[in-house]
Design a protein around this ligand. Structure first.
Ligand code: TYC
Length: 108
């Protein structure tokens, strides 16, 4: 009778290229969002979406209007460090221009 070993074999008796590939999880992804507020000009939000999320003007306008009407809208989904950088860049750019626009992220 043959049954699976209770623990995975370490396969160190085999040449590297003949071992089973290690099972690695894909890195978690994070979605970056813009939040609505009553003060940031619509045109500024459209510029942010074009500048930091590589959107064309038409797509940027649609996302801005979704945020305006629904309170929040997704700008893109990225690996954690990329998402963190986008959030910092957008919030820094908004503060530099004295706008209260808020950018956040959460795991996708
Ligand atoms: N609500 C803003 C206004 O009426 C526009 C706006 C849209 C602000 C999207 C923030 O993320 C935002 N001027």
């Amino acid at each position: 009778m043959s049954s699976k070993p209770a623990v995975l074999p370490d396969q160190t008796d085999l040449p590297v290229l003949e071992r089973e590939p290690a099972k690695v999880k894909p890195p978690p992804l994070f979605t970056v969002y813009l939040l609505n507020d009553d003060y940031t000009p619509m045109e500024f939000v459209v510029i942010v979406l074009q500048k930091f999320f590589s959107m064309g003007r038409d797509q940027a306008t649609l996302v801005m209007l979704k945020v305006h009407r629904e309170g929040r809208g997704a700008c893109g989904t990225y690996p954690k460090e990329v998402a963190e950088t986008k959030v910092e860049q957008v919030n820094g750019f908004s503060r530099m221009h004295q706008h209260p626009l808020q950018c956040t992220m959460e795991e996708a």
